[in-house]
Design a protein around this ligand. Structure first.
Ligand code: 13P
Length: 284
């Protein structure tokens, strides 16, 4: 089937209290691993593509890989821009074939974030593309984005509700205590914020920085209204650990397929585990 917007699975996820995973693409092997995991688990899935990953893979290659995955997998796949920084980048992705976009205006004052996000929603909805907006500042490092722990700010629920009412984004990312990258200690998630916002808006809440969040906290956040969870770092860690292991055992190995193939399997296992944890397995 063709790539779908994230609205294709939002209602079912809400009704049956599960979250759909956004797994970030880093290269061909990530794309294949995520697709195979979703197909084997009979789960919808979201390919997240950051601007940095897009520069690395190339826009046309990214869309071609995602389309090939969607057409062969038998499960619904959304190709989603992660943390889009401008209207121009969003438009470029939509024109190239993305089925979903995130506009991250979280570093702007609230009024400006609302104004810019509304422009994106208007243009994207006109061509059937779903939109994720963000409020509050998520800490940690992800490609071009780097937010010091002390500058990370949790979303104010009243602002988040107003943001949704005015923008009508399809998915709402709010900073609730998670961070991009691995955690030094255990993340302190504010379930109260998730609860209050989820009760007052129709859109599912998005949890960024899903790597390293304890399983129980993930399950609880889904119960409170999280409908999409982003994971990248754990897949990168699994991939690189497998490559290190193989090259340490066979320092003379020169065929990339001999270490990238097993790395792909390692990523797939992580994704399958997350899909089951999020409860989106057997939904297709
Ligand atoms: P992690 O890399 O911490 O899993 O976060 C991914 C993410 O939130 C992408 O937007």
């Amino acid at each position: 089937m063709p790539l779908v917007p994230m609205t294709a699975f939002a209602e079912d996820a809400k009704k049956h209290k599960y979250a759909v995973g956004q797994f970030n693409l880093n290269n061909l092997e990530f794309t294949q691993a995520i697709t195979e995991a979703a197909a084997e688990e009979k789960s919808p899935v979201i390919f997240g593509v950051s601007e940095g990953a897009m520069r690395y893979m190339g826009l046309e290659y990214t869309v071609a890989m995602a389309k090939a995955a969607a057409e062969t997998s038998g499960v619904p796949i959304a190709l989603h821009l992660d943390h889009g920084s401008s209207f121009e980048v969003v438009m470029k992705c939509i024109r190239a074939g993305f089925s979903s976009v995130m506009f991250d205006g979280s570093h702007y004052p609230l009024e400006e974030n609302i104004r810019l996000t509304k422009q994106v929603v208007e243009a994207a909805h006109a061509v059937g593309v779903s939109v994720e907006g963000e409020l509050g500042t998520i800490g940690g490092v992800e490609d071009d984005l780097s937010v010091d722990e002390k500058d990370a700010a949790l979303a104010n629920p009243a602002d988040a509700i107003r943001f949704w009412e005015e923008t009508k984004v399809d998915y709402m990312a709010i900073a609730v205590g998670t961070a991009h990258g691995m955690y030094k200690g255990e993340p302190k998630i504010s379930f109260e914020i998730i609860d209050e916002v989820a009760r007052n808006i129709a859109a599912p809440i998005v949890l960024h920085g899903g790597s390293g969040v304890p399983d129980e906290a993930i399950k609880k956040s889904i119960q409170f209204g999280v409908g999409k969870i982003n994971v990248n770092t754990e897949n990168q860690v699994a991939c690189t650990a497998k490559i290190r292991e193989i090259l340490a055992a066979k320092p003379n190995e020169i065929d990339p397929r001999k270490y990238l193939g097993p790395a792909r399997e390692a990523i797939k296992e992580v994704v399958k585990g997350k899909i089951r944890l999020f409860g989106s397995n057997n939904r297709i």
